[in-house]
Write a protein that binds this ligand. Structure first.
Ligand code: PLP
Length: 423
């Protein structure tokens, strides 16, 4: 499957039926699995054999999706999680212990920022933030011997900055630090982080991957391309895990994936549900087709907004004068996605007027599904942030986040136009 195009992988990778089996994965709604053989069961626990024993750790329907997303990302192994947030939390827990730190871009999803800035520090894990425009030297000053992860989003939500992969990848190589990328908004159809030096590609599958606002989920794809073995930065991977029969994760073929599932998924139970895996699997069949339309529509909408007199600014990398245009051409050549942000001339009041006048495009705490929707982050998803934090996250008061769906572009533009007239 390695040489197939991503469009083909969307419909062909993942589940492989045997003769007489269902063509698409079945929803395996079972918590546990039958074994008549004690040795087989012991081998499963020792990781000497592959199989299922309890759906808190792994489940056949979830595995079908894990295999598909891993193939889409060109990775080695997928771990399906209950949500995008649980995927990010499990990643941090697998890599860090109290006293460690994460060096992350500040232009990330508000929930991820909150996890890093507020919640993880309560467990002794510090997060140090850099901005998308920070130089390599500035980022380097945040790194020390306890840094366990470099973290950023391919296309940041909602700042719509495009990640400078080369800068982060060079730092990751120089310091021997794992580089994890949230690829939710780009999807593997537009960018594959593992091909640009990342070691983990993380998803909120709740977004484009499902695409229909039907199923919550997350995915971590392990590239199995990070040198954990004898890496002094990662003692927890190079010493026996007493909670797992003395296993030394760095000595396995999949150090991150094995530790994440055997230790952290076991201890948290943050696995995707079979029902959600099934819905996401179906949705992902059309991911490549949908992304093509999202990109085309968004480019047309961005052009319309950028020429409108009531709009102060538009951030979408398709626009030639967007600060991320050149970077997007390099890392996202097939398109820049359906997400954009724009500033209405005025303040939060004008934003509310505009949004309430919309009839087709709806107000939702969601992005990246087939239906166009808007949100005012400063008063909703990011309302817990202080003014300074909002500024650091690139979210001024007049910012409206717009997720362009797959309706006809003319209809979306007509609705935006009449709502702008209503201000
Ligand atoms: N990462 C990004 C880029 C997101 O946009 C989101 C949610 O909007 C998440 C992670 C969290 O995902 P979930 O809502 O599935 O927990």
């Amino acid at each position: 499957m390695k040489d197939l195009h991503v469009d083909t992988l969307c419909v062909q990778a993942g589940y492989k039926p045997q003769t007489g089996e269902s063509r698409i994965p079945q929803i395996c709604q079972s918590t546990t699995f039958f074994y008549g053989d004690t040795q087989k069961m012991a081998d499963l626990f020792d990781l000497k054999a592959e199989g299922f024993f309890y759906s808190r750790l792994a489940n056949p329907t979830v595995e079908a999706l894990e295999k598909k997303v891993a193939a889409l990302e060109g990775g080695a192994y997928g771990i399906g999680c209950a949500s995008g947030m649980s995927a990010i939390l499990l990643t941090a827990m697998t890599l860090c212990e109290a006293g460690d730190n994460i060096v992350a871009a500040s232009e990330i999803y508000g929930g991820s920022y909150n996890l890093f800035a507020v919640t993880l520090p309560k467990f002794g894990i510090e997060c140090r933030f850099f901005s998308a425009e920070s130089s390599a030297e500035e980022i380097e000053r945040l790194i020390d011997g306890k840094t366990k992860m470099l973290y950023a989003e391919t296309v940041a939500n909602p700042a719509i900055t495009v990640l400078d992969f080369d800068k982060l990848s060079a730092l990751s190589k120089k310091h021997g630090i794992l580089f994890a990328v949230d690829n939710t908004l780009a999807t593997p159809v537009l960018c594959r982080p593992l091909e640009w030096g990342a070691h983990l590609a993380i998803h909120s599958t709740t977004k484009y991957m499902d695409g229909h606002a039907a199923a919550l989920g997350g995915m971590i794809v392990d590239g199995a391309n990070f040198p954990f073995l004898n890496n002094p930065r990662y003692p927890a991977f190079n010493t026996p895990d007493e909670s797992y029969h003395g296993l030394i994760y760095a000595q396995t073929a999949l150090p991150f994936g094995t530790k994440c599932r055997a230790q952290m998924m076991r201890d948290t139970g943050a696995i995707m549900s079979p029902q959600n895996a099934f819905l996401t699997y179906l949705g992902s069949d059309t991911l490549a087709l949908r992304m093509e339309r999202h990109c085309k529509n968004a480019a047309a909408v961005a052009k319309f907004l950028s020429e409108h007199k009531k709009v102060e600014w538009v951030r979408h990398p398709s626009l030639p004068d967007d600060p991320n245009h050149a970077r997007a051409k390099k890392y996202l050549p097939a398109g820049t996605g359906g997400m954009m942000s724009f500033g209405i001339k005025g303040n939060a009041k004008q934003c509310a007027k505009f949004m309430e006048a919309l009839t087709l495009v709806t107000q939702e705490t969601h992005v990246a599904d087939v239906r166009s929707c808007v949100l005012h982050p400063a008063s909703t998803t990011h309302r817990q942030l202080s003014e300074a934090d909002l500024k650091a996250a690139g979210i001024p008061e007049n910012l409206v986040r717009l997720s362009v769906g797959i309706e006809r572009a003319e209809d979306i533009i007509a609705d935006l136009s009449q709502a702008l007239d209503a201000i």
